[in-house]
Ligand binder design. Sequence first.
Ligand SMILES: [Zn+2]
Length: 407
Amino acid sequence: MTIRIEAMRLIPGRGDPIDSGVVVLEDTTIAYAGAAGDAPETPNAEVVSTDTVMPGLWDCHGHFMGVRGASIDEISTIRPQVGAMRVTADARAVLHAGFTSVREVGGLGVFLGQAIDEGYVEGPTVYGSGGALSMTAGHGDFHAMDLDAARHLSARYFGEDDIVDGPDQARAGVRRMLRLGARVIKIHASGGVMSQIDDPHLPQFSPEELAAIVDEATRMERVVAAHCHGKRGMMAAIEAGVKTIEHGTYMDEEVADAMKENDVILVPTRYILDFLTREGDRRGMPEYAKKKLAATAEYHSNGIALAVDKGVKIALGTDIWSTGLWGTNGRELLLLTEVGLTPLQAIEAGTAMGPETLGPQAPKAGQLREGWDADVITVAGNPLDDISILSDPANVTAVFKGGRRVK
Ligand SMILES: [Zn+2]
């Protein structure tokens, strides 16, 4: 089965756009991507005409959790089976918004991804982490519960206990996530906003614990994604060898330089700060989170702008965790341009950079290149002139995942 997409412009994901481009999909891969003049003859192809053709988008930081409001504590009051049913709708919504891949860093993604791969649920390819490893009293702990109950909640909702202390438990925690099918290991290396008593400024996990996690993950060909707000947490995580820094709120020159030196990627998650600032109150964000959000939000845009300015690698991530917000992920592209990326750079952050956040687990996706996965979207209009076009799923006129048209 051959599909020929003829476009006014082809955005390859990495590199310059091409006016009047053609992409040929042959079964599950891209057979040709380039100028129309050099395109092969395809007499039996189904032809699709469009304004813009580009790679399927990647959200490199999301959570398929199935909670409805702006409080993660909600997972203690609903059954995981209900959450799991809800995220099947989120999976379809994000796919139809043009996202053919999601790197899911704590949630039900490993289970959802399996059901999608088996063909039971319509959705993107999901690269899940299982839970997110946290120290006791860390960002992934539920501080208002007794510890046994908090551990039980993680294990019940995400499939395995993800609260670990000491290098041996940290290593065992990585292994528990692997047995869930984790393709990336997620950790909390600083305090966070959506947790009760921990301070976003302070580092979490000792250097020995971080080293054990990175060692075990690396041996099993997984990279480590580190949630970090404060500087000391970022520096310790980079020193330990993580591949990505998530959020990166209190970024400064020293952190940015260390990231560049160690080829660490920043996943800024502008979306969630913007969303919670505008809508958190109405959506039931807890009091403790409001205070912490106010303290972090003003630093975040400056910190990310500094990283962009310094040339730190940026990958798109939204940090969407609420059911119903999935499908609005494209807004992150607009928000990335507001901290200094050009529209073309924002598209690269949302396409070619995606697989790089998976290290050895990366598929050949995120770029329109011969022999690569046929994850491709067509778009009405020119996102290089107006990046907000990609915020509206209605402008994503066709989605091909693995060569199959799913929208
Ligand atoms: Zn997150």
